[in-house]
Design a protein around this ligand. Structure first.
Ligand SMILES: *Cc1c(COP(=O)(O)O)cnc(C)c1O
Length: 349
């Protein structure tokens, strides 16, 4: 956070990966984020109710059907459609409020946003709407197209802000970019005039999925998934009988390793992305799973395991998202001491 502040950048703590978990949001606030952001209006509402003095941003373009709630609870929203802005304007007038909007530009990822050449005419029309404050312009990278941030694609945004200022004579106070993959540009000192970062994954997991890296100056030991063994048996590694499709409609592939010791864990695809788990104990390999079971090979494990023991896993973003959304996964919070050099240690969950 200090790193960003030193560069004149405020950070929006994005909570959508953890269903706006209020304990995690609180830690983000204590850590120094300037505001909180989430993609779901339900989460925006719970953040606002828990932290009324914190500004909250809706980071998905509002549904027309939720505009009233957006105006009531969100201080900012990210927008790309004039019809939505019109509805926001009308609703604001009715409620005697103003709402701050950030206009999203598609600088290449091909998810949300106006194409760059449409931005100035769009902003011109948006300026005519009452009770709306055009607070800034923004872009998202690394989400749909997996596009990596470059000096060039963020410069599109910076140049557009200049163009709006000179052609339409309004100030564009905020130039906002996300997600976590953008931190690489910050590290390489290539972020010019960007003054807001929207970051979720990096704060929570210390990783950036898009460029597939552990961010060296952040911690990766924040979340641990624990799952209990409900069956432990030696079995042949190959299934027996004709093979159709598995629980997820795929044809599974198996390698014959002879008889192996296998554990079944009481957790499955309903609760996590099975591919997104990494065992934290040596000698354990994930074989696969179904909706409610994960099968692991524990033959090479040094620890002696029994039914009722738990195994621990590190989670990636997708597995975290699903685990936080699953009501079947208990969330436990542990306070850990901050150390200057992050090594292994406790977790928050
Ligand atoms: C998800 C999202 C973010 C945060 O992305 P992370 O990669 O989790 O940091 C920021 N802005 C928008 C619009 C998003 O949808």
């Amino acid at each position: 956070m200090d790193f960003c502040k030193k560069h004149g950048i405020e950070v929006v703590g994005i909570t959508k990966g953890v269903c706006a978990d209020l304990n995690i949001a609180k830690v983000m606030l204590e850590g120094g984020v300037s505001l909180l952001g989430d993609s779901r209006i339900q989460n925006v509402i719970s953040l606002k109710e828990a932290y009324p003095s914190t500004e909250v941003m809706l980071i998905r373009s509002p549904m027309l059907s939720e505009v009233e709630k957006v105006v009531e609870y969100a201080d900012y929203s990210l927008n790309t459609e004039l019809s939505v802005l019109k509805k926001i304007s009308e609703t604001c007038k009715k409620l005697g409020k103003t709402h701050k909007v950030i206009i999203m530009v598609d600088v290449g990822d091909r998810r949300e946003g106006l194409l760059p050449h449409d931005v100035v005419p769009f902003v011109k029309k948006a300026m005519e709407l009452e009770n709306i404050e055009i607070a800034g312009i923004g872009a998202q990278l690394g989400c749909f197209g997996g596009v990596l941030p470059t000096f060039e694609n963020q410069k599109i945004l910076v140049d557009l802000a200049e163009k709006i200022k000179s052609e339409l004579h309004i100030d564009i106070p905020i130039i906002s970019v996300g997600g976590s993959v953008i931190l690489k540009l910050l590290e390489d000192s290539l972020l010019e005039k960007i003054n807001q970062l929207r970051v979720g994954e990096a704060i929570i997991l210390g990783t950036s999925s898009t460029d597939n890296r552990d961010i060296p100056w952040l911690r990766q030991d924040t979340l641990t998934l624990k799952a209990e063994i409900i069956e432990l048996k030696e079995k042949p590694s190959l299934p027996e009988g004709p093979i159709g499709k598995n629980a997820f409609g795929r044809t599974p592939q198996f390698v014959d390793k002879g008889i192996r010791k296998r554990a079944i864990l009481a957790i499955g695809g309903q609760d996590v992305s099975i591919e997104g788990l990494t065992p934290l104990t040596d000698g354990i390999g994930i074989l696969g799973g179904s909706s409610d079971h994960i099968i692991v090979d524990v033959t090479d494990s040094q620890t002696s395991l029994e039914v009722g023991d738990t195994l621990e896993f590190r989670v990636n973003y997708e597995a975290m998202l699903r685990a936080m959304t699953s009501k079947y996964v208990n969330k436990k919070y542990v306070k850990i001491k901050l150390r200057n050099t992050p090594t292994e240690g406790g977790g928050t969950k």
